[in-house]
Design a protein around this ligand. Structure first.
Ligand code: AP5
Length: 190
């Protein structure tokens, strides 16, 4: 089973993707986590990525693909892709990439959440974890990038008949049960 998780910053993409991946034995591929991990390195390229991540803007897609690289192709048991695609150009690129590599994306899980609740969650995380892009101004920028660039991707997958919309506001376990219940309806063989 190959899944994509989409949603605004703070909607729980990483949290739910990990739970789903653990339950079904899939690879959790998070572009944000892999970029943050790469950015801890002591190389000029790591520093460039570190600086770009602090802005809340999208990074050049070539850089993202370089870091996420072979992970998708290595995921022979299936994957949960979290953080890609982020705009229509990336969605179209990934359609071709999947087609050329004979990979079928079964479903795109879209977690919905208000900007207000997203901001509350990320402000809380900023105090606990100190992620460089969780400061108030950068969260605003990330939400703005999401609405202008990533939200149109939702329509792309709706048109393709692949979209599963999930309310991202309830507690983590309630959302997870909602997702696995819906996956069981759609893929009873899993
Ligand atoms: P990325 O890491 O993908 O950041 P994001 O989309 O802003 O998402 P977050 O990780 O903040 O939130 P999430 O939805 O995963 O929620 P989470 O589970 O963490 O990307 C970071 C940056 O990398 C981008 O801004 C961009 O610069 C770059 N990038 C990445 N991919 C790219 C691409 N394809 N192209 C170009 N650039 C790219 O949860 C958030 C918090 O809420 C946690 O503290 C969690 O514990 C809590 N929480 C989760 N669920 C709940 C719940 N149900 N109730 C209460 N709290 C909850």
């Amino acid at each position: 089973m190959n899944l994509i998780v989409l949603g605004p910053p703070g909607s729980g993409k990483g949290t739910q993707a990990k739970l789903i991946a653990d339950k079904y034995g899939l690879a959790h591929i998070s572009s944000g986590s892999l970029l943050r991990e790469f950015a801890t390195g002591d190389t000029p390229k790591a520093k460039v990525i570190r600086d770009l991540l602090r802005t809340g803007e999208l990074l050049p897609f070539e850089t993202v693909l370089e870091v996420v690289g072979a992970r998708i192709l290595e995921a022979k048991q299936g994957f949960v892709l979290d953080g890609i695609p982020r705009n229509k150009a990336q969605a179209e690129y990934m359609d071709t990439y999947f087609r050329e590599n004979k990979i079928e994306v079964d479903l795109v899980i879209y977690l919905t959440l208000s900007d207000q609740e997203a901001t509350t969650r990320l402000t809380k995380r900023a105090a606990v974890e100190g992620r460089s892009d969780d400061s108030e101004g950068v969260v605003k920028e990330r939400l703005s990038v999401y609405h202008s660039q990533t939200q149109p991707v939702i329509e792309h997958y709706k048109t393709a008949g692949k979209l599963l919309e999930i309310d991202g506001a309830p507690p983590i376990e309630v959302i997870f049960q909602d997702i696995i219940g819906r996956l069981a309806d759609k893929f009873p063989q899993q």
